[in-house]
Design a protein around this ligand. Structure first.
Ligand code: CDP
Ligand code: CDP
Length: 210
């Protein structure tokens, strides 16, 4: 069973994906890390994020060991990832990789922006996790504070709004709700409540063995 989870920044899709993967004993791929790793490879090489040929080459050269770098997690890399991810050549280079992962024996949980729409259009379960921009900014703000990277709330909110617009407005695999996705709005849901809502959907489809 493939569980496809999409949604905007800080909606809680990563937290949910991890918990579902542990619960159903499925491998999990945070696909945002792939785009973050492409951006980091370019920045490390002193190259411009808008250099399409270099970005495509970096995406083709990506291998799993790049995904463990702690520098991938910061908000600067999220912003950089959203710039390289708008380039169709980068997306095309990462597509097979993601599909191979999704094709692994028992199934998989993948989270990102275009899993239900492009990467795994036949996924057994598609969830679209969202929350108001203000609530997402509060979460990200709290997270950054906790990591000792204090930033003004307003700056976090404007970063989120800019990234939402870039991800939704691009022509290559824009962020949108797949027709057959179940929307989970977590504005008023904590991680436990979101998990319960999601397992209700998955179990309703017969679970990973169904
Ligand atoms: O992966 P994504 O950027 O969508 O979000 P996340 O990293 O899963 O969650 C962002 C933050 O919101 C984390 O600190 C979560 O603990 C928190 N969170 C929450 O407050 N309520 C939820 N329902 C889910 C996550
Ligand atoms: O955790 P957060 O939602 O902040 O970021 P992420 O999921 O790591 O994604 C970083 C950026 O990568 C997003 O803003 C998207 O532009 C891009 N991305 C994408 O285009 N397609 C995906 N499947 C995953 C991420």
């Amino acid at each position: 069973m493939v569980i496809a989870i999409d949604g905007p920044a800080a909606s809680g899709k990563g937290t949910l994906a991890k918990r579902l993967a542990a619960h159903y004993r499925l491998p999990h791929l945070d696909t945002g890390l792939l785009y973050r790793a492409v951006a980091l490879a370019l920045l490390d090489a002193g190259l411009d994020l808008a250099d399409r040929a270099a970005a495509a080459a970096a995406a083709r050269a990506l291998s799993p060991e790049f995904l463990g770098d702690a520098r991938l997690r910061g908000s600067a890399m999220g912003e950089a990832a959203s710039i390289v991810s708008a380039q169709p050549e980068v997306r095309a280079a990462l597509l097979d990789w993601q599909r191979r992962f999704a094709g692994s024996a028992a199934g998989a949980v993948l989270d990102g922006r275009d899993i239900g729409t492009v990467v795994c259009p036949d996924a057994a379960v598609k969830l679209f996790v969202t929350a108001s921009a203000e609530e997402r900014a509060r979460r990200r703000h709290r997270e950054l504070d906790g990591r000792g990277e204090p930033v003004a709330y307003e700056a976090v909110l404007s970063d989120i709004l800019r990234r939402d617009a870039r991800d939704a407005d691009r022509s290559a695999a824009p962020l949108r709700v797949a027709e057959d996705a179940v929307v989970i709005d977590t504005t008023e849901l904590d991680a436990d409540a979101a998990f319960r809502a999601a397992t209700g959907v998955v179990d309703g489809r017969g679970g990973p063995q169904g």
